[in-house]
Write a protein that binds this ligand. Structure first.
Ligand SMILES: Nc1nc2c(c(=O)[nH]1)N[C@H]1C(S)=C(S)[C@@H](COP(=O)(O)OP(=O)(O)OC[C@H]3O[C@@H](n4cnc5c(=O)[nH]c(N)nc54)[C@H](O)[C@@H]3O)O[C@H]1N2
Ligand SMILES: Nc1nc2c(c(=O)[nH]1)N[C@H]1C(S)=C(S)[C@@H](COP(=O)(O)OP(=O)(O)OC[C@H]3O[C@@H](n4cnc5c(=O)[nH]c(N)nc54)[C@H](O)[C@@H]3O)O[C@H]1N2
Ligand SMILES: [Mo]
Length: 765
């Protein structure tokens, strides 16, 4: 048992007063508009709200700081290319209330640690740099200059640069990300863990190996033209609402949508486009033609069942596979087929938890069409066999020749608005050698070849005191990572923890011996530097790079941009031994882009092309059937059925997002589309599973996770009966992260398996 790490303040356990209703089956529409208005007026002035929504995701506007869904190249809605949750993201960032020295002198760190994430977020925008000295109870103000000196002196005091960890969250722009990784490499390490490690790392690994590029292959236009779109392990109604517009367009063009998910997520079942007044009154379009309620982690089994039936049909009719494509572009077909034949359809279907009737409906769409797109997100990537999940769906696309042609391909739907761009810029603990060689050629220092720590390795290193300084560029490390109590100890073991942030969060309160908060500008704010208001750039989920420029006056005059913070730390740390003129970049970001152009392929004429109204597409081999793999072809892969089994009394648990949160930022306590109000400490359970355990609605239970002989406990959750497959249950991230074992992660990708946690449920005494 993990008693050693018991620390209640890391995760407050109180209830807030749950109310439930039958989940509504449609999303967006009037309720979304109402929710937007309430959220916005809570925080910002109506005139700012209007200005922001008109500029959001518009050409020459700012990129929504929410998700990474792309903007249409052609018609952008005049109402603003926004969604309910995008508006919530900007309202959260653009709020006028600020917190600084008065707030921190009033509230001790220990007191704040007892606040919920919702309460922490509501307190306001961080307004000035703060420092927590060793042994102090309260944060106190520090000047920027002294803050940089403090960070530099800690970094320079380490025995090896590998004793420092440099985390990045995916909101960081290309310019800041490029400079940050350059600083870290010149400082001497490649310890660059990022939120991608917990997100689409498994997609990157699987796609690189099979198709030669770690990104998706489709464009928005492909989505409009697809015959079938499979949405697997993704909840777009909440997490990528503008994707529903694209799916709606696809359907209007005759396309069919399949949702593969343990939950009938509202946005996929019925959707009312808030940008279409007519739809508001008519009730809108149902999105999914077939809903396939797969069991948690039953996807490899389901895909194998599909592949087996496709093979059977192919052998009967000779019309199912795209043989010309397979012959010309792929590798490993014969061994793939002979491996597939070792599985039984009945066993695979049983393991997937899907009925034959639903399977047939889904299968008919797949077998009869050849332009197939598969979209996926965390429901596939956060399992131990996550890489297999994705390789298996690639097998399906390859058999159908559904890659590198119009209306077909891979669509891993990214999370943070620039998470894909950060990786392109070199935020990568395992960056390829040719990238490092280019850095050496340009800047004249030799970046270490040694791979650095990913998120899981960084936590272990800090726990074992092999890393002593933690710096986070954005994000909320302690709430995002698995195994909260172990990870809290890891951070507490550090000499210094530093966060560059816009909002107060738990990572500022679960700190090292000394701690610093560096407040920075958000996307919506004007970034005025010496030469002019600066433009920055981001890359969306479909590999399009575009500009972003804030429009509001910053909420405090003591904020610096992320670029300025990185340059400040780099200058102070590497003083006298740097080959880079760090301070020059912060006056004029176009200079950063000139450097990026030389180092990162696909960015020629960066400054010029950024001025194009829709930005520019990065090269994408898979999109044009050029597969840059070891074999030079698209590779079939052999994947096993996962071998986990539940013991008596155990359930498999996924940790998911509610409708009112952006990752660890909690906008509110409701999850409207699932009929949940005013509570986050809940566990969704199947009625039969409740019955055998004698559990009633709203019964208070404690959860225990079981992994390789170790038990982790999270107390006080209320049971909510829900339409979820038997033996499956769901809780919210980050409240349930205490239960996610640090050692349970995707093989080869190390994505924490936070969607397949094995738990037991016990009545609280
Ligand atoms: N408003 C808002 N937008 C966001 C975010 C946010 O928190 N709020 N987060 C952003 C980020 S960083 C990311 S990565 C994305 C996340 O976007 P999603 O991946 O949609 O987010 P999750 O809530 O984790 O949802 C996972 C979905 O997978 C399903 N699922 C879970 N396990 C399985 C499984 O084993 N098989 C299948 N087939 N399905 C499964 C769940 O029922 C759920 O519908 O959204 C981004 N956008
Ligand atoms: N159990 C479980 N755990 C998960 C997941 C899950 O599904 N289940 N999902 C995982 C995924 S997909 C992800 S991506 C991670 C997310 O992990 P993170 O990216 O680390 O977390 P966020 O909650 O997005 O970070 C929010 C904080 O970022 C700061 N911030 C916001 N905007 C800006 C900005 O413009 N600049 C700077 N410098 N700071 C800013 C604010 O201070 C805010 O408190 O969590 C992972 N953890
Ligand atoms: Mo993510």
């Amino acid at each position: 048992m993990n008693k050693k790490h018991k620390n209640k303040a890391v995760t407050p356990e109180e209830f807030t007063k749950l109310k439930t209703i039958e989940p509504p089956m449609n999303s967006a529409g009037f309720s979304a508009l109402k929710s937007v208005v309430t959220q916005v007026y809570k925080y910002i002035k109506p005139v700012d709200a209007l200005r922001l929504s008109l500029k959001m995701n518009q050409r020459k506007g700012f990129d929504c700081p929410g998700c990474a869904w792309p903007d249409p190249d052609d018609e952008r809605s005049v109402l603003g290319e926004y969604c309910e949750n995008g508006i919530k993201a900007i309202a959260e960032e653009a709020q006028k209330q600020t917190i600084g020295k008065d707030f921190f002198s009033k509230h001790a760190v220990k007191e704040l640690a007892n606040w919920t994430d919702f309460e922490l977020g509501k307190s306001g925008r961080l307004a000035e740099p703060m420092f927590l000295p060793k042994g102090a109870t309260h944060y106190q103000p520090i000047t920027w200059e002294n803050a940089f000196k403090k960070v530099a002196s800690h970094l320079n005091a380490l025995e090896s640069p590998n004793e420092a960890v440099f985390y990045t969250s995916g909101r960081t722009t290309n310019e800041a990300a490029f400079l940050y990784q350059l600083f870290v490499r010149e400082y001497g390490t490649s310890n660059l863990p990022d939120c991608s490690n917990m997100c689409h790392e498994a997609s990157g690994k699987a796609l690189m190996e099979t198709l030669g590029i770690g990104k998706g292959s489709v464009t928005l236009d492909d989505l409009y033209k697809a015959e079938v779109v499979m949405v697997v392990g993704q909840n777009p109604g909440t997490n990528h609402p503008r994707m529903l517009n694209a799916l709606e367009k696809c359907k209007k063009n005759g396309g069919k949508i399949i949702s593969i998910n343990p939950l009938a997520e509202a946005g996929l079942v019925k959707f009312t486009n808030p940008q279409s007044p007519k739809a508001l009154f008519t009730g809108g379009t149902p999105i999914a033609n077939v809903f396939v309620p797969v069991t948690i982690n039953g996807d490899v089994a389901l895909f194998k069942a599909i592949l087996l039936k496709l093979l059977e049909k192919e052998e009967q009719t000779n019309e199912v596979f795209d043989k010309a494509f397979i012959e010309k572009y792929t590798y490993g077909y014969a061994s793939f087929i002979s491996d597939l034949k070792t599985y039984s359809f009945d066993e695979c279907l049983k393991a997937s938890g899907v009925s034959l009737e639903v399977f047939k409906k889904m299968f008919d769409l797949i077998v009869n069409n050849n332009k197939i797109i598969i979209c996926w997100a965390m429901g596939l990537t956060q399992h131990e066999n996550a890489v297999d999940n994705i390789r298996e769906l690639v097998n399906l696309l390859l058999l159908k020749g559904s890659i590198g042609k119009e209306g077909a391909g891979t669509c891993p739907v990214r999370g943070h608005s620039n998470v894909q761009g950060d990786r392109t810029m070199g935020i990568w603990e395992a960056a390829p050698q040719d990238f490092l060689d280019k850095i050496e050629a340009k800047y004249g220092f030799k970046p270490t070849k040694k791979h650095g720590y990913s998120v899981i390795d960084a936590i272990k290193a800090m726990y074992d005191k092999k890393a002593m300084v933690f710096l986070g560029l954005g994000g909320n490390f302690i709430s995002a990572v698995p195994d909260t109590l172990y990870s809290a100890q890891a951070l507490a073991n550090c000499n210094l923890t530093v966060h560059v942030s816009t909002k107060l969060n738990r990572s500022h309160l679960v700190n090292g011996k000394e701690a610093i908060i560096l407040p920075c500008l958000g996307r919506t704010e004007k970034d005025f530097q010496k030469t002019r208001v600066q433009v920055q750039s981001v890359e969306n989920s479909m590999g399009i790079v575009s500009s972003t420029k804030g429009i509001l006056k910053p909420c405090s005059d003591k904020l610096l941009s992320e670029v300025a913070v990185v340059c400040g730390i780099a200058h102070e740390t590497l003083k006298g031994r740097s080959n880079v003129n760090w301070l020059s970049y912060k006056d004029d970001y176009s200079l950063v882009r000139n450097d990026i152009e030389e180092i990162v392929s696909g960015f020629s004429d960066y400054n010029k092309r950024l001025q194009q109204p829709n930005g520019f597409y990065l090269p994408n081999g898979a999109r044009i059937r050029q597969f840059h793999t070891k074999t030079g072809k698209a590779n079939f892969s052999l994947n096993k059925l996962p071998d986990w089994q539940l013991k008596e009394g155990e359930l498999i648990m996924m940790t998911i997002r509610s409708h009112d949160q952006f990752n660890t930022t909690i906008y509110g306590l409701n999850d409207r589309y699932r009929g949940i109000f005013n509570e986050r400490r809940i566990i969704f359970m199947n009625g039969q599973d409740m019955k055998v355990r004698n559990l009633d609605e709203q019964q208070v239970v404690n959860l225990k996770s079981h992994y390789k002989g170790t038990t982790r406990i999270a107390n006080n959750f209320k049971v909510v009966g829900y339409d979820i497959p038997k033996n499956c249950c769901a809780t919210y991230f980050p409240e349930a992260n205490v239960l996610v074992p640090l050692d349970s992660f995707a093989h080869t990708a190390k994505t924490p398996a936070s969607k397949s946690v094995i738990v037991t449920v016990e009545i609280a005494s």
